[in-house]
Ligand binder design. Structure first.
Ligand SMILES: C[S@@+](CC[C@H](N)C(=O)[O-])C[C@H]1O[C@@H](n2cnc3c(N)ncnc32)[C@H](O)[C@@H]1O
Length: 405
């Protein structure tokens, strides 16, 4: 609890009414209240709100206490707790509950020793709604996805500092417009921070406060580890490569050669920095062009690969038109079929919560049609990025493994 909140008079937590559908979803484990005619009436001033859950007869489970976020674009409140204690939540109780949850979340990551980047807190799945914390060697990046946390920013910082007193701590306010909003909480003079981290024996250049993203997607790290046995002696194509995390990982795991494709020269230059850092430039080539063009080029050249990694953004532009990743697969799958060696594999991803796992798989089956490709497995967030039952939005990263027969 910070100085401002200490000793405040006890004010009752405002009671709101919830849409019956929200109540139903809360019971299924869903932690969000989205925009509807009920949530639009949530009060503006209070950080916490409470509602009665009429369906429950049990006295202990009568209330839901929520983090109020009336200025958010879509998620107007997030569930903090149901059915325990009283319906009142003040800043003091909140601080102690927050500290307990953060500690549990930090301790759950105690056994990660083969990478320097991992999530210390993964939002709703760690019962810390909208709060994500990444450890990057001796830096910590706190990411707020909910405006609610503006009320308790100094509390979160205090707790992180207590547990990691030697680390440099950065804060980022994530937003739908992808506007870059970072600051260093431990050194106000520090405007940017470039440093090197190691993941599974590979070094990566991290750049804080230069771009909206930092140079590595930590939510992919546990998945990279999971597919590590697929690269040895393979010719690998990494589509939508970004700064090359998968490309360098593939080389480290024994790939004979890797081709990375990305639309952005800026990210390919960063990938080049990473290659130099690891003395891995020899068996690698970069192509700066839209994925679809690269695939057509390989097809016309008769080039083949043993393994394709394809991790597109949920929607992307090739400079002319914007297309959704799910639709782009319609054109990509026939080309994968042509450029994969027999027995070759593709790990394909969809990075959006708006399409379910089932729909993704059905669409891919439809695009495969009667081609000699089968779906042999699926990939999902794992390890330090756990899932929460009943929270489909949290299961945003979906992967499928394809096999060319
Ligand atoms: C989600 S990131 C990929 C992350 C990467 N797989 C990793 O694990 O580090 C998406 C990348 O796709 C690139 N991109 C967007 N549209 C593209 C397109 N049409 N063709 C090729 N690359 C594209 C972006 O520049 C960005 O680097």
């Amino acid at each position: 609890m910070n100085k401002k909140t200490a000793g405040r008079p006890r004010i009752r937590t405002p009671r709101v009414e919830l849409h019956p559908a929200s109540v139903k979803y809360i019971f299924k484990g869903h932690p969000w209240i989205t925009k509807d005619k009920y949530s639009l009436k949530f009060p503006k001033g209070s950080p916490f709100i409470t509602a009665k859950l009429d369906e429950v007869k049990n006295d202990d489970a009568k209330f839901v206490v929520m983090l109020n976020d009336p200025t958010h674009d879509s998620v107007l409140a997030r569930i903090w707790r149901i059915g325990e204690g009283s319906s009142h939540l003040g800043p003091k109780e909140f601080y102690f509950e927050l500290r307990e949850r953060m500690q549990a979340s930090f301790e759950a990551r105690g056994n990660i020793d083969n990478r320097e980047n991992y999530y210390l807190a993964f939002g709703e799945s760690d019962y810390l709604p909208g709060l994500f914390i990444i450890r990057l060697k001796d830096r910590i990046l706190i990411q707020f996805y909910a405006n609610f946390w503006n009320h308790f920013e100094s509390d979160v910082l205090k707790i992180v500092k207590d547990f990691y007193p030697k680390d440099t701590i950065w804060v980022q306010k994530r937003n739908l417009k992808r506007k870059k909003e970072f600051y260093c909480a431990t050194n106000k003079q520090l405007k940017e921070d470039n440093f090197i981290i190691e993941e599974f024996g590979v070094k990566y250049q991290i750049k804080l406060n230069q771009f909206y993203d930092i140079g590595i997607y930590t939510d992919m790290a546990a998945i990279r580890d999971r597919v590590k046995d697929n690269f040895d002696e393979k010719s690998v194509l990494n589509l939508y490569s970004y700064t090359g995390a998968y490309s360098l990982f593939a080389l480290k795991q024994g790939a004979t050669n890797v081709t990375s494709v990305d639309l952005s020269q800026k990210y390919l230059d960063w990938l080049q920095e990473n290659l130099v850092l690891n003395e891995m430039s020899e068996d690698h080539e970069s192509l700066c062009m839209p994925t679809i063009k690269a695939l057509e080029k390989f097809k016309s050249e008769g080039r083949k690969f043993d393994l394709i990694i394809c991790d597109p953004p949920s929607a992307s532009s090739d400079g002319k038109k914007v297309s959704k990743a799910i639709d782009a697969y319609k054109d990509m799958i026939p080309l994968f079929d042509m450029i994969l060696n027999k027995g070759g594999k593709a790990h394909i991803f969809l990075n959006t919560h708006s399409i379910t796992r089932k729909k993704f798989e059905n669409k891919i089956k439809e695009y495969i049609g009667n081609r000699k490709i089968s779906i042999t497995g699926s990939l999902k967030l794992t390890g330090d990025c756990p899932s929460l039952k009943g929270f489909i939005e949290g299961d945003y990263l979906k992967g499928l493994t394809l096999l060319k027969k």
